[in-house]
Design a protein around this ligand. Structure first.
Ligand SMILES: *Cc1c(COP(=O)(O)O)cnc(C)c1O
Length: 380
């Protein structure tokens, strides 16, 4: 057979995925039970069995989000699809939206909101810092807004935004609080109801340790009121929650075919979260992160974010003077099969980003990474 012809088997070899330890900003390692769930046979998306899985998935999602919100479902698409659903469903053209920007994902929120016709107002902080409630209060005083959007776990900087106190100032200004919990859900407490969050979304590929593909989202009563009171149609057909709710609610009306295997994966991933229990899961993330921080500092490396608001799920490490960060990352991948990431945007070339999310957050992974990094730095 002609080796240069597309119909030759050599031309398109079978997948030979290299083994990797995923310790970057996502995707994280997937639990073997989740991989098995994904390989299970399909059923129809209106099969009574699948409808049962949907009901149980909604219950499990309410548990991880810490909410009683009825409208709590996985959106078909990655975390960015859930981000888009969060904005598209509450924004009508001309609405003012305040976006808190202290990293790459705040910028993405602003970009998306403007595409739905929002008048975007922003407050900005250095990458790695967090916002105080009174700064948001002051911004809302001069610039009233319908929605305030903020990132809980800024994956680009490693900063952990405190959520307590935000709802108070946002609700006092008659706005909705929208929180990006993509890199926090399942790894650190989000507590949607306790924190008064009106709209919160996440992704499956970070602390939930499923493959990328679904974006859990929840809308509280105030957000639902805004949604049903819209004067214009939601400008995104695929992510229109009024239609998606008819499929995930009691009507079971066809909207789009749910990605069945991805939903099986999420269901199994959430079962694993519930088996471990949220408090134990948060403690594990905290413990392994602390071990990583201690180890890095013992090696003389500096961490970008002060401990007071450092994320357990993602750590940013300052690349030492004279070291080529990309070369070290490449050696980690080639010689030790470990993936970590470089910096984004304002932190490009300045930091490494190390994720300890979900199934990746294990003490043996921390020990291996520290040892491998030490080897790579000795030669750098
Ligand atoms: C990863 C991430 C997203 C986007 O999720 P995708 O799955 O890449 O679409 C959004 N926000 C934050 C904070 C993230 O870390």
């Amino acid at each position: 057979m002609d080796r240069n012809s597309p119909d030759s088997p050599e031309w398109f070899p079978e997948l030979q995925n290299p083994p990797r330890l995923l310790l970057g900003p996502g995707p994280s390692m997937v639990h073997p039970r989740v991989l098995r769930a994904m390989a299970s046979p399909l059923v129809g998306h209106l099969d009574p069995y699948f409808l049962q899985i949907m009901e149980m998935t909604k219950k499990l999602l309410r548990y991880v989000f810490g909410t009683q919100n009825d409208l709590t479902v996985p959106v078909s698409g990655t975390g960015s699809a859930a981000m888009e659903a969060a904005l598209a469903n509450v924004i009508e053209p001309g609405d003012a939206v305040l976006i808190c920007i202290n990293g790459y994902f705040g910028l993405r929120l602003a970009d998306m909101a403007s595409r739905y016709g929002a008048q975007v107002r922003t407050i900005e902080k250095e990458w790695g810092e967090v916002f105080e409630p009174d700064e948001i209060q002051a911004a809302l005083k001069t610039n009233p807004a319908k929605v305030v959007a903020i990132v809980h776990a800024e994956t680009s900087t490693g900063a952990r935004q405190p959520l307590a106190g935000l709802a108070g100032v946002v609700h006092a200004a008659d706005a909705l609080l929208l929180v990006d919990a993509v890199t926090s859900l399942g790894g650190l407490p989000v507590e949607v109801d306790q924190n008064g969050i009106d709209i919160c979304y996440s992704g499956t590929q970070k602390c939930l340790s499923c493959p990328p593909g679904l974006g859990p989202i929840t809308f509280g009563p105030r957000a639902v009121e805004v949604l049903v009171g819209r004067k214009t149609q939601v400008a995104n057909w695929y992510l229109d929650m009024t239609m998606i709710q008819k499929y995930w609610g009691t009507e079971r009306t066809y909207h789009h075919t749910a990605p069945i295997s991805a939903n099986f994966a999420l269901y199994e991933g959430l079962r694993i979260v519930a088996e471990e229990g949220l408090p134990a899961r948060y403690a594990r993330h905290e413990r392994n992160a602390r071990r990583l921080w201690d180890g890095l500092q013992e090696m003389g490396l500096e961490l970008h974010v002060p401990e007071a608001h450092r994320l357990p799920s993602l750590t940013t490490v300052c690349i030492p003077e004279g070291v080529d960060g990309d070369v070290v990352r490449r050696r980690l991948l080639d010689e030790y099969r470990i993936e970590i990431a470089g910096g984004l945007g304002a932190l490009k070339g300045k930091v490494w980003r190390i994720g300890l999310m979900g199934y990746s957050s294990q003490p043996e992974n921390v020990v291996l990474l520290l040892a491998a990094l030490k080897e790579c730095l000795a030669g750098a």
